[in-house]
Design a protein around this ligand. Structure first.
Ligand code: NAD
Ligand code: GLY
Length: 378
């Protein structure tokens, strides 16, 4: 019998992340460089708040490079990251006449980036995507690595696709207009990546947070900020390069799953409050502290290391109160988390600051979890 051999090389083509002040003015150049001469149309997906601030600059830059630009605005907030809104976005792409060699530009925070990215992933079975993240969280995390998707009523990010952008354009000046709570949320994600990345990344993060608490411009726009964002993007890129699709059989300290540090409790806090009380990063702030307590209880993490984590989260800014929340409800939500493996939640814990350890929920007693929640949330 004749046999055939087919080789599939799944690694996505590499792409660049451009970071600097005023980079929105270079969007057209970057788009033309990575899309080539044949691309004619780009469709911007944004929201009213971000578009009002930065839409005109983006359009001007794209038109200057001969793109036909159309724009569509989704509602502002996590609740709009839904199948219903995705459907509207797809209808817009079709009406705008986008063809296979055209592109979607996601202009906004993680909500816009995730939904627009998913629309680009499935429209005509996938067209080019350009991420233009405008929140700190999106600049260091969600715009890099290709995870896109929307929420279901039963949980966050339950539908989606891996779809890498062609380029990520980070204009650090956009952070100048970011509301204070969004800065806190982004800082929590900085601490998260430092805590699981390396002691060097963690220390760089903490020293930037300290400086920015005495001079607010540091975390909004400065060469130090650009260096910090670049260090975090480089870390995330290194994890994604080694485990692009978060392989089920990876549970080592460089697997993509470590990026979910703080998310098990974080997602439960968001859900238990109907996505109304916490910004995503704020919930992750609490989630990291609970994971730190659990790590200590299981004998993985020294008290002195836990103290470093606590100090770092404190430097991010104040988090909304959580003492009134029903801890049994939170435990229940965690136990029924849709992203279990073999029936158990996979916890990302710490062995030390800068090194994660994946631990199956099987190893964690409910009373240990309840005790950690009590210590952190009250
Ligand atoms: P967001 O997108 O809701 O933005 C936060 C708020 O800031 C919004 O009101 C937005 O309009 C506003 N905003 C954005 N940029 C602004 C600017 N420059 N000036 C003034 N206002 C601005 O929230 P987020 O924190 O950016 O993203 C959270 C989302 O990201 C969640 O849905 C989360 O699940 C997702 N996420 C995805 C990944 C991934 O890998 N794909 C990673 C982390 C988080
Ligand atoms: N933010 C988690 C990931 O990109 O894998």
């Amino acid at each position: 019998m004749q046999q055939f051999r087919v080789t599939v090389r799944p690694q996505a083509p590499e792409y660049e992340i451009k970071i600097g002040p005023g980079h929105l003015r270079r969007l057209g150049n970057e788009a033309r460089r990575c899309l080539g001469r044949t691309a004619r149309r780009v469709a911007i997906i944004s929201n009213p708040q971000v578009f009002e601030l930065y839409g005109a600059r983006a359009i001007e830059s794209l038109r200057a490079k001969d793109f036909l630009v159309s724009a569509w605005l989704m509602g502002d907030g996590e609740r709009f990251k839904s199948i219903r809104v995705l459907n509207q976005a797809l209808a817009f792409l079709s009406k705008a006449g986008l063809e296979r060699n055209d592109a979607v530009v996601a202009l906004g925070g993680g909500v816009v980036g995730d939904l627009a990215g998913f629309a680009a992933a499935i429209y005509l079975r996938g067209i080019a995507l350009i991420q233009v993240p405008t929140t700190l969280l999106a600049q260091i995390d969600s715009s890099v690595g290709g995870k896109t998707g929307v929420n279901l009523a039963s949980g966050k990010n339950l539908v989606g696709a891996f779809h890498q952008p062609r380029v990520v354009v980070i204009d650090t000046e956009t952070l100048l207009t970011l509301p204070a709570r969004e800065v806190t949320a982004g800082r929590c994600e900085l601490v998260k990546q430092g805590a699981v990345g390396s002691r060097k990344l963690f220390d760089l993060t903490v020293s930037s947070l300290r400086k920015s608490n005495s001079d607010h411009r540091v975390i909004r726009s400065s060469p130090q900020l650009e260096q910090l964002i670049a260090a975090h993007c480089a870390f995330k890129a290194s994890i994604v390069a080694g485990d692009e699709r978060e392989a089920l059989d990876r549970a080592d300290h460089r697997s993509r799953r470590i990026l979910n540090f703080g998310h098990t409790v974080g997602h439960a806090l968001e859900a238990v409050t109907g996505y109304r009380r916490f910004r995503h990063g704020e919930a992750v702030g609490y989630g990291m502290l609970v994971a730190g307590e659990l790590s200590k209880t299981l004998g993985l993490l020294e008290v002195s290391e836990l103290e470093l984590l606590r100090e770092a989260v404190q430097l991010c800014g104040s988090l909304p109160a959580a003492g009134d929340l029903d801890q049994r409800e939170i435990v229940d939500l965690i136990r029924h988390d849709k992203k279990r493996l073999d029936g158990y939640v996979q916890w990302v814990l710490l062995e030390r600051v800068g090194r994660a350890r994946i631990v199956s929920g099987r190893e964690i007693k409910p009373r240990e979890l309840r005790a950690s929640l009590r210590i952190v949330l009250q």
